[in-house]
Design a protein. Structure first.
Length: 327
């Protein structure tokens, strides 16, 4: 048996309860992993609240690290005793022990702690696919301007550092002077406190009126319209979340009138659909972290028993960097 966080219906943090769940043996293509630390992400909120509809009862959590206890048939890249980490479907990481598909689980380098491993996988792989795989027409070159919303969040702080290493000029938005200062200290070239000033005219000012090549937007409804206005002709708006709510429907002709723009809605789990792609992206992330180009900030830690408080802090935008749950 294991302790796991489960909901029986969509709703607020109060719907989460810790229950006893039976854990069996791994089948073909599966592993059993005992967790050391668990990552907290906005996708967990989306699944809990019902923005992403999933069958009930639902065990929450998409990211964790730990020790592999057993492997099922056909699993060749992992063995019992391996240190491992993952960001993976199906949900269920908020627990002590679980059986899960092995495809998206990778060995965790000895140089990376379990806490860092749990904090970095979903957010770090997201930053990787955004900056390396979700690029505007013609790609991104040294000196190019990009706009990154929620730059002081878990994904944002990784992206600030990685963009600096790539030679990009990242313009980061955040909701307080403290968060802006944090993003600036970790690599953002320019920062905008959207609670004090309109980010659109400031972006135009920073770029000499040209706008940016790409906007990376996890906020959604509140930033969408002005994000489009920030783009150069043929620019790309890469949506990868909706912390302020889903984007309303819009007419494709709008993209033509604003400069033949591109729009895409990305999700990590398309990028890590195969073991080979997962390993390639994880290797790039591990190299960025172990080389010192990217540091993983864990700014909040909650015991698993306080998971409701952790969700409330995340939704209230009281967190910076990464948050983990400990066992």
């Amino acid at each position: 048996m294991t302790k796991a966080v489960q909901i029986r219906r969509h709703g607020g943090p109060e719907e989460m309860e810790i229950v006893d769940v039976e854990v069996g043996q791994p089948g073909p293509g599966e592993i059993r992993i005992r967790h050391k630390a668990i990552g907290l992400n906005f996708i967990d909120v989306y699944q809990r609240s019902g923005l992403y509809q999933l069958p009930m009862p639902l065990n929450l959590g998409m990211e964790a690290s730990g020790i592999v206890e057993a492997v099922g048939g056909g699993v060749m890249h992992l063995k019992a005793g391996d240190r491992a980490a993952y960001a993976s479907h199906p949900p269920g990481a908020y627990c002590e022990l679980r059986v899960m598909p092995a495809k998206c689980v990778v060995k965790l380098p000895e140089a990376i702690s379990f806490e860092t491993g749990a904090a970095m996988m979903l957010k770090g792989l997201t930053a990787q696919y955004l900056l390396k795989r979700t690029q505007p027409q013609g790609g991104l070159k040294e000196g190019d301007f990009v706009l990154f919303h929620a730059a002081a969040g878990g994904v944002g702080l990784i992206a600030c550092q990685w963009a600096r290493a790539m030679g990009l000029q990242l313009i980061g938005t955040a909701g307080s002077d403290e968060k802006c200062a944090l993003a600036k200290s970790l690599g953002a070239t320019h920062v905008i406190n959207y609670s004090k000033e309109d980010f659109l005219p400031r972006v135009k000012e920073i770029t000499g009126g040209r706008g940016v090549k790409v906007v990376y937007d996890s906020v959604g409804k509140d930033t969408w319209d002005k994000s489009l206005e920030c783009l150069q002709p043929f620019g790309l708006l890469a949506s990868f979340g909706a912390s302020s709510g889903p984007v309303p429907p819009f007419a494709p002709a709008l993209l033509a009138s604003k400069g033949s723009l591109y729009v895409t809605r990305q999700t990590l789990f398309t990028h890590i659909a195969t073991r080979e792609a997962t390993q390639e992206m994880a290797d790039d992330l591990f190299a960025a972290v172990t080389s010192g180009k990217v540091a993983i900030r864990i700014d909040q830690t909650f015991p698993l028993a306080q998971v409701q408080e952790a969700h409330r802090a995340l939704e209230a935008r009281k967190t910076t960097g990464c948050t983990i749950l400990t066992l």
